[in-house]
Design a protein around this ligand. Sequence first.
Ligand SMILES: [Zn+2]
Length: 223
Amino acid sequence: MTSANFIPSTKPLPFELHPSSIQGTGAFAIRRIRKGTRIIEYLGERITQDEADVRYDDEGMGRHHTFLFNLDKRTVLDAGTIHNEARYINHSCAPNCQALIDKGHIYIYALTSIEPGEELVYDYGYERTPDMGPDAEALYVCRCGAPNCRGTILAPEKKAPARKKAASKSKAASKTQSKAVSKSKSRSKKDAGVKKAAGKKKSASGAGKAQKRAKSPSRKRAG
Ligand SMILES: [Zn+2]
């Protein structure tokens, strides 16, 4: 947090940062946060998809640890450099927050009412590519401790038809999703990974659900 790339929020936040039992530093509510509250924007450096590949093209990463978010077909938010407090919000398989894309920005919203002292968590739901197997699940291991923990921060496996590329063009797709689909057309090398991002459901608020961008060996192998 002492990095020159840390841009603290100018508004008072309803949470503070301190060590988390889930991982590293976490964000903990310091007052009651009502369901639906927009808590904070997820800041990151806006880079291209290709730049993201260059930066994190590392199969030796061990436990997965990047801060990439798919924003649209061209753009990835990298909070590994420029970031704010939102970067410290951990993943959980039992989330009380969610990340949504709204007009080119990613915000963290309260999914439920959150009590003081509760850790803020959302489901990272990393894009899952068709060829991801046990190796990928190990790379994206989850130790959130929730009773329903699925063991990985990868998005849950979808039913077979939903994972096909045709399904990503379903009418449920939001504008955000449509962009993600066109990205998959223009970038055959990363095709498989990009399709995943298109399978998201539109949220009740109308904003597109944001999905963390996978950085995995399978992305490199795709195509
Ligand atoms: Zn979990």
